[in-house]
Structure formats: structure tokens, C-alpha cells
Design a binder for this molecule. Structure first.
Ligand SMILES: Cc1ncc(COP(=O)(O)O)c(C=O)c1O
Length: 362
């Protein structure tokens, strides 16, 4: 009988009680959150503006939308803030009510969960491990000809950390426009990419109306508890319909206020990018010559490893790490991922070195 427990990325309480660990002693390599924590400017501003909780936020989030507009270089009326990108995924699927959806997988499981509450059929287009999980665009277009009306992709993708170039995205969205297929692109991890402008679809919202891009502050700005996400689309009618269905004041007043401060904290943004980009390269360099693992190119703040040593499973690697207080993600619960895989995000340099040493020892 298989008695191994199955843990998900956010199962920290369960993991602590199973391995008899203290929560504060664990390094969270599975959460994909910036290890620098909140922007210091944002935390100070939150502390001194706590009385904002006694008023409703601006129902149109005008000031926040203007700040996001400058941050993303896109008109403010293309932007819909929400309660994390999770609310927007749910809202847009409800509003779109697709009939046949294609999801590029393996990917974040929430798309499939939300779709299961809609009337849509859902199918995965399998990204190939042999192609480092990058899609073959002509092949994907042939698949899309089979009657889909909705396409979901995550760029950079969770858990593969692979990315699609802006040029390929333009070809794909153009093809979808001709076939009347609406495209949702989740860019939760895009700010960690070596060159953001080479992969973001945000400028394409000015060319195509069959497109919505989702972003948020949970990962790059280390603020998952704030629940600030935003959708970007040039389809004004669709944006208006989503807004009408949205719960009023869905983003709280502290989130709306502090969100603006975070997005303007240039020093924090630079520090984060310096840390993640240099540590990601260092970790990849250290692991790529070890035959136990295959390492894939990484565009997000996490790295996917395939375990290629006979008899060593993803659970064995997870367990060896957690026994040292290093919590990585065992990827066995991801759909479309055949084989033994683990994923871990970039943390502070000394923690990253500890993790690399454990991985090397297996
Ligand atoms: C790809 C992806 N999209 C969205 C989310 C959730 O984002 P939010 O906190 O903005 O709802 C996650 C969280 O892990 C994620 O990995």
C-alpha cells in the first residue's frame, strides 16, 4: 500500500505537523514568493495609514489604475483591479462562459478548477519535455482548429518556468483572433524574466481584443495576503461586463493604497531583479552538470528539475530537503508531467546554497 502523504505548495501546516517542524524554521522554496519580503516603503506606509480600513476604497480604483497604467505602460481604461488574479480568473471564466477550452499544460491547477464550475469542456495541450516545455506554435494552432473558443496559458509557466516569446504570442493570438478564440495569459511571474519586454503580452492588448492578461503583486512584490491582482484588456465591452459582475470594493482600501506604493518602489524592484536573476543563474550553473538532474531554462523565479537517477523519486528528494527545513515542491500532483520532477523557487543566497548542497548529495 502506498502511504506517502501528498502535500501541495501551501500545505505548510500539514507538513510541519507530519515532520514535527516549527513553521518559522522552514525555508519556503515551494511558495514562489520573493524572499526580500514586502517593499519597505509599502510596509511603512501601511503602518502609518492603517486608518484607511475605516473607509471604503474608491469604487473605480482610479488612482490605482493610473499607477498600474504607468507601471505597465498601458492606458488606465484597459485595467481592472481585483482580489488577486484568482478572482479575475474566476470572473473572466464566468463572464466568457466558454464551451471548449484548451489549457497549455502542465500548469497551475486553478484554471482547471475554475473551469470545472463552468459549462466548458477542458483539454490540455501537452507541452513537450523534449522541447524544454516550449510550445510548437504551428502544432498548437492545428490543435486549436478542432473547435475551441478559449485558450489559457501561463507565461512564464508554473511549474515549468518556460516562456513563450512575444513574437510567438503575436502569431498565436492573431491565429486565435481569426478563429474567434479568446486568450487568457497569466503573467503572475513575468517580472522575474531576464527580459520582460521579450515575453510580455501587455502591449498586444492594444492590437487584439481577444486577449486578457492577468498580473498581481503576490509573488514579485511578496504580498500574497494583500490580494491585489489586475486584468489588462483592450476589449472595453468585456472589461465593463466583468466590472459589472464583480463584487463592489473587491480589493480592500489598504491593498489599493499600498499597491500603488509597491509598484513605484524602483529601488525594491531593482534589488529583487538583481537577487533573482543572479541567484537563478548561479543555481542553474551549479546543478546543470550533475547527472542526477535535468535542469530547464528558467524565466520565472523558480526552477524545475527532472530527476533522472534510477530509484530516486520526487518524494525522496522532497523528504531529504524538508528534513533540513527546506520545503520544495514535489510536482507529482501536476497533470501532464510524466516522470519525477521537483520545483523550487529562488530564496536568499545562503538558503539557496544549502538547498543546492542537499540536492547534490542525493
Ligand atoms: C500561475 C499562478 N497564477 C495565479 C496565482 C495566484 O495569484 P493571486 O495571489 O494573485 O491570486 C498563482 C499562485 O500560486 C500562480 O502560481
Amino acid at each position: 500500500m502506498d502511504t506517502k502523504p501528498v502535500f501541495h505548495g501551501s500545505d505548510i501546516e500539514k507538513i510541519c505537523s507530519y515532520y514535527n517542524l516549527k513553521k518559522e524554521d522552514i525555508v519556503k522554496f515551494g511558495a514562489n514568493v520573493n524572499p526580500l519580503g514586502l517593499s519597505p516603503r509599502a510596509s511603512q506606509a501601511i503602518a502609518s495609514h492603517i486608518e484607511l480600513l475605516s473607509s471604503y476604497p474608491d469604487r473605480d480604483y482610479t488612482s490605482l489604475r493610473n499607477t498600474i497604467s504607468r507601471y505597465c505602460n498601458i492606458p488606465a481604461d484597459f485595467i481592472l483591479p481585483g482580489n488577486g488574479s484568482s478572482e479575475l480568473i474566476s470572473l473572466l471564466i464566468q463572464e466568457r462562459s466558454p464551451k471548449h477550452t484548451l489549457i497549455l499544460g502542465p500548469t497551475y491547477s486553478e484554471y482547471s478548477r475554475e473551469l470545472s464550475f463552468s459549462g466548458s469542456t477542458q483539454e490540455y495541450y501537452h507541452l513537450q519535455e523534449s522541447m524544454d516545455f516550449e510550445p510548437d506554435i504551428p502544432d498548437l494552432c492545428r490543435k486549436l482548429e478542432q473547435g475551441y473558443d478559449f485558450l489559457i496559458l501561463c507565461n512564464p509557466n508554473n511549474p515549468t518556468s518556460s516562456a513563450i516569446s512575444k513574437k510567438d504570442l503575436r502569431d498565436l493570438i492573431h491565429f486565435c483572433e481569426e478563429k474567434d478564440i479568446f486568450v487568457m495569459i497569466d503573467e503572475t511571474y513575468v517580472e522575474f524574466a531576464p527580459d520582460i519586454s521579450a515575453i510580455t503580452a501587455v502591449p498586444l492588448t492594444q492590437e487584439f481584443t481577444n486577449l486578457i492578461v492577468l498580473r498581481g503583486v503576490s509573488k514579485f512584490f511578496a504580498a500574497p495576503g494583500m490580494r491585489l491582482g489586475y486584468g489588462i484588456t483592450g476589449n472595453k465591452k468585456f472589461l465593463e461586463k466583468m466590472r459589472e459582475k464583480q463584487t463592489p470594493w473587491s480589493l480592500n482600501s489598504i491593498g489599493a493604497f499600498a499597491g500603488e506604493i509597491m509598484l513605484q518602489d524602483e529601488e525594491y524592484i531593482q534589488q529583487t531583479r538583481q537577487l533573482i536573476l543572479s541567484e537563478r543563474d548561479r543555481m542553474i550553473d551549479e546543478l546543470k552538470n550533475i547527472s542526477t538532474y535535468k535542469v530547464y531554462p528558467a524565466y520565472a523565479n523558480f526552477i524545475l528539475l527532472k530527476i533522472q537517477k534510477d530509484g530516486l523519486t520526487s518524494y525522496d528528494v522532497f523528504e531529504a530537503c524538508i528534513r533540513q527545513g527546506l520545503m520544495i515542491r514535489d510536482c507529482s500532483s501536476f497533470q501532464c508531467l510524466e516522470g519525477e520532477f521537483v520545483r523550487f523557487c529562488i530564496m536568499m543566497p545562503e538558503d539557496n546554497s544549502r538547498l543546492v548542497n542537499v540536492l547534490k548529495s542525493l
